[in-house]
Ligand binder design. Structure first.
Ligand code: GRF
Length: 192
């Protein structure tokens, strides 16, 4: 299974996937990593010798133009699966439609709780005692697609957004790797 990963940030989830995919018996290969900016996480791809591209958000007039360029970049690789891992942009509906349901996303909350760009901060603000991590199929909503995997993560007294997010991320990484593996082996069928 060929995988394209899209990021915006540090790419710690990406790195975990690259490390898993290094094992010869892992049934998926990351063939390209893309970002909507000069993301720090692109360095992980470079370290692993994986091609990268950036489609800077600010170089396009609107989401559709940005999405069209992103689509052209992805077409070079025609990946079997697109993994959004810390991409902080919504894909335009046209791009989702082109790849659906072969686009998955990791989210640092127990969806449908706390969707959107600030899931960790929102869980803290809500004062819940537990939140979670989720891997879902991307549809043209915001974190609203079918849930492929999720697991609860406790919120501890004194947690900050950072400390809670750092507790969530390892769970996210494990779930993401499991989901990619199961998609590659066919144990998990994607439906939109
Ligand atoms: C992850 O928790 C992801 O789910 C969220 O942003 C974080 C990205 O972290 N959208 P990283 O860039 O993988 O370190």
């Amino acid at each position: 299974l060929t995988v394209a990963v899209l990021i915006s940030g540090t790419g710690s989830n990406l790195r975990a996937l690259l490390e898993a995919a290094r094992h010869p018996d892992f049934p998926a290969r990351v063939v390209v990593v893309g970002a909507d900016r000069d993301a720090d996480g692109l360095a992980h791809a470079e370290e692993f010798g994986i091609p990268t591209f950036t489609v800077p958000w600010h170089e396009h007039d609107n989401r559709d133009a940005w999405g069209a360029e992103l689509g052209r970049q992805l077409e070079v690789w025609s990946p079997d699966l697109i993994v959004l891992s810390g991409l902080m942009r919504l894909l335009p509906a046209s791009l989702v439609a082109q790849y659906a349901p072969h686009i998955i996303n990791t989210h640092p909350a127990y969806l449908p709780e706390f969707p959107g760009a600030h899931g960790v901060r929102d869980a803290l603000a809500a004062g819940v005692s537990e939140t979670g991590a989720s891997v879902i199929v991307v549809d043209d909503g915001v974190d609203s697609g079918p849930i492929l995997a999720q697991e609860r993560v406790p919120v501890l007294p004194g947690d900050t957004e950072h400390s809670l997010h750092e507790r969530i991320k390892p769970v996210e990484r494990r779930l993401l790797i499991e989901v990619v593996q199961h998609i590659a082996t066919g144990e998990l069928a994607l439906t939109s």
